[in-house]
Write a protein that binds this ligand. Structure first.
Ligand SMILES: [Zn+2]
Length: 426
């Protein structure tokens, strides 16, 4: 069966009864994930057994007979949770995947309930509304903000600070565009300037994600939360009051709004890059290494902890991993080629004469002044031109049928290829 190749997310409008039941299921899914994870860790540590999902699904079926709170959750959801845990472990074991060890899910984070796509029925009500039939819940309405455009393969009901949503994995069957034959560009993603495109003279900056009054309100809410937390600890034995819960919900709402605006900017930027350029060159950065905490350990405390934390916030605010993920599928869609070039010395290389010299970045300001030929430019623009040049050099030779160099090869296939090839190829 053809897989989902596109995601669609809509706002869900459950009735109060559906809301309560879904919230209960959300907690059940989280508890199941944590239980299944703990069981795998325990068995591996104590007896060296690697437990996989198939065995746990059998136990889950038994647990449903004994425990009402598990039995209330549709069985397909529980099975999907275990299957997702399997996928998380496979990613962790895959040396080419950045995922770390599967983490426990904390209470109060986004909750999500996975469903199987085959069982779902969606019916359009009118131009703006549709409804989806979920097991045990019946029909739930959602805002049809755009067409589904394909057959549903899976669905996830989730809740964040702004309310309930449903995401469908959809098989659209859309074929990638033919090479669009447009100009190449290089992009330098910075902390100060969000993105500098080599063909432009001004950097593209992300607008403020919170308006001044929202920022002020967030500050007040954080203060109130701290005060209410102290009170809860001192006088209520750590029990959260309804007011405290309300404050936390208000903060989550603002933070979700902020995250949505950031996502909106990133989507517009990556669409424009992929649609209007033939080759998009970016730096091949390992986000994890870049943002590793500077804190260090007790014995070896890190240097410049505060500065590094600030830089980390800057880097994560610009979401490099997410940008790359979007560029990868959009470039394939719009017939352009994404090339991730090695990041060594892009900021110290002169775009005019090609000489590498750290002295050209005297004082580490925003200015690049070549000590060899006197070429003068904005440092990020200079770097973006170097990235474009590197992308052109590799871009010509790697053109293949999928028109993307960053398509992730499944782990099994990679391993096979590596074994088949001589060692020099790695
Ligand atoms: Zn120069």
């Amino acid at each position: 069966m053809s897989k989902a190749d596109m995601g669609r997310r809509y706002r869900l409008y459950p009735t109060p009864e559906q809301h309560d039941r879904m919230a209960g299921w959300g907690h059940t899914c989280r508890a199941l994930w944590n239980l299944a994870l703990e069981q795998r860790r325990y068995l591996y540590r104590q007896r060296g057994i690697t437990l996989m999902g198939s065995a746990q699904c059998k136990q889950l079926a038994q647990a449903r007979a004994d425990l009402d709170w598990i039995a209330d959750l549709p069985s397909e959801c529980g099975q999907r949770v275990v299957a997702n845990l399997d996928a998380a472990f496979l990613n962790f074991w895959n040396p080419d995947h950045p995922a770390g060890f599967p983490a426990r899910k904390k209470r109060g984070r986004h909750m999500s309930i996975p469903f199987k796509g085959q069982t779902l029925v969606v019916r359009k009500l009118n131009r703006h509304w549709a409804k989806v039939k979920l097991p045990k819940l019946g029909w739930v309405r959602f805002r049809l903000s755009r067409a589904l455009g394909g057959t549903i393969r899976n669905a996830v009901v989730s809740r964040d600070g702004s309310g309930w949503h449903i995401s469908f994995g959809v098989h659209t069957g859309r074929k990638p565009d033919a090479p669009n034959g447009k100009l190449a560009c290089g992009v330098d993603f910075g902390v100060a300037a969000s993105a500098f495109v080599s063909t432009e003279t001004e950097p593209r900056r992300m607008p403020q994600t919170l308006k001044p009054n929202e920022r002020k309100r967030l500050g007040h809410l954080e203060q109130r939360k701290a005060r209410q937390l102290t009170y809860a600890k001192k006088h209520a034995g750590g029990k959260y009051s309804n007011r405290l819960r309300h404050t936390i919900a208000q903060i989550a709402k603002l933070k979700t709004r902020q995250a949505n605006r950031r996502q909106d900017f990133t989507h517009k930027l990556t669409t424009d890059l992929a649609k209007n350029h033939g080759i998009v060159g970016i730096e091949d950065l390992r986000v994890k290494n870049m943002t590793k905490a500077a804190k260090g350990t007790m014995d070896a405390p890190g240097k410049n902890v505060a500065q590094k934390a600030g830089l980390n916030r800057g880097i994560l605010d610009n979401a490099p991993g997410e940008r790359r993920r979007q560029l990868a599928y959009k470039c394939r869609m719009y017939g352009s080629l994404l090339v991730a070039v090695p990041a060594f010395h892009t900021s110290q290389t002169c775009a005019a004469c090609g000489k590498v010299d750290p002295d050209s970045r005297e004082g580490c300001g925003r200015l690049f002044l070549c000590v060899h030929c006197g070429h003068e430019d904005d440092a990020d623009h200079n770097a973006s031109i170097e990235i474009e040049a590197r992308a052109r050099r590799t871009g010509g030779s790697v053109t293949n049928s999928t028109r993307s160099t960053t398509v992730r090869v499944p782990a099994a296939r990679r391993r096979r290829t590596r074994e088949a090839l001589p060692a020099t190829h790695g």
